[in-house]
Design a protein around this ligand. Structure first.
Ligand code: E4P
Length: 218
C-alpha cells in the first residue's frame, strides 16, 4: 500500500519523506488555506516546493467547477511538474474533465467520493486515483470502511486500474483496516503514519537491551 501524507505543511512533508516510507502528498484548498498559501502564483510556487521535497505523486486540486475552467487549471497544474496529479471533484464536469485528462495521458485524482456509484463513474472516466473520504463518512455514523470494501470489489470484478486512495484517514486503525481490505493508497495526517511506530513493548524491550548491554560493557 502506498502512503501519502494529507497536508500542505512543508515541515510535515519533509519529516514523512525523511522516514523513507512516503509515496506522495495530497492537498486540497482547505489544507493550502491552513498554511496561509493564497493567490495563484503562491499556490503554484508551493506545489513546486512540495514536489522538490517528496519523491512521488502530488495531488493539486482545481478550484473551477465547470469543464472549461477545470481543463485550463488542470493543464497549468500538470505543466508545473511531472509529479503533479490533477485533483478533480466528483461532479458531472469533474467526470468530463477526468475523461479529457485521461485521454491526454494526464493523471487525475477524483475527490469527494462518498458512494460506490461515484467511484464506478470515476473509474469509467479513467481516473488514476479515486478518493473515498472514509473519516467524513465515519463522522456521520456511516461505515466508511464498508465503502472502501465495496469499491475494492467493484474494481476487482472488472479489472479497473483506477487506484483506491483511501482519504480522510483519521488514525492508525484506519490505515491498518484499509491495508486489510486492499486499498491501494492511504492519505492521512503525519500522526497516522508515525503512530504506526508505537508499541510499548518495543520501548520496554529496547530499554532492557540497552541496559543489559551497558551492564556487560562497563
Ligand atoms: C483527500 O484528498 C482530502 O484532502 C482529505 O483526505 C480530506 O480529509 P479530512 O476529512 O480530514 O478533511
Amino acid at each position: 500500500m502506498k502512503f501519502f501524507i494529507d497536508t500542505a505543511n512543508l515541515d510535515e512533508i519533509a519529516e514523512a519523506q525523511a522516514l523513507g516510507v512516503l509515496d506522495g502528498v495530497t492537498t486540497n484548498p482547505s489544507l493550502m488555506a491552513k498554511e496561509g498559501i493564497t493567490g495563484e502564483a503562491n499556490i503554484l510556487a508551493h506545489y513546486q516546493k512540495i514536489c522538490d521535497i517528496v519523491d512521488g505523486d502530488v495531488s493539486a486540486e482545481v478550484i473551477s467547477t465547470d469543464f472549461e475552467g477545470m481543463v485550463k487549471e488542470g493543464e497549468a497544474l500538470a505543466a508545473l511538474h511531472p509529479q503533479i496529479v490533477v485533483k478533480l471533484p466528483l461532479i458531472a464536469d469533474g467526470i468530463k474533465a477526468c475523461k479529457y485528462f485521461s485521454d491526454k495521458g494526464i493523471r487525475t485524482n477524483v475527490t469527494l467520493v462518498f458512494s460506490a456509484g461515484q467511484a464506478l463513474l470515476a473509474a469509467k472516466a479513467g481516473a488514476t486515483y479515486v478518493s473515498p473520504f472514509l473519516g467524513r463518512l465515519d463522522d456521520i455514523s456511516t461505515d466508511g470502511l464498508n465503502l472502501i470494501a465495496e469499491i475494492r470489489q467493484i474494481y476487482d470484478n472488472y479489472g479497473f486500474e483506477t487506484q483506491i486512495l483511501s482519504a480522510s484517514i483519521r488514525h492508525t486503525m484506519h490505515v491498518i483496516d484499509c491495508a486489510k481490505i486492499g486499498s491501494d493508497v492511504m492519505t492521512g495526517p503525519l500522526s497516522s503514519i508515525t503512530g504506526l511506530l508505537k508499541h510499548p513493548l518495543t520501548d520496554i524491550g529496547l530499554a532492557k537491551f540497552l541496559e543489559d548491554y551497558k551492564k556487560g560493557n562497563q
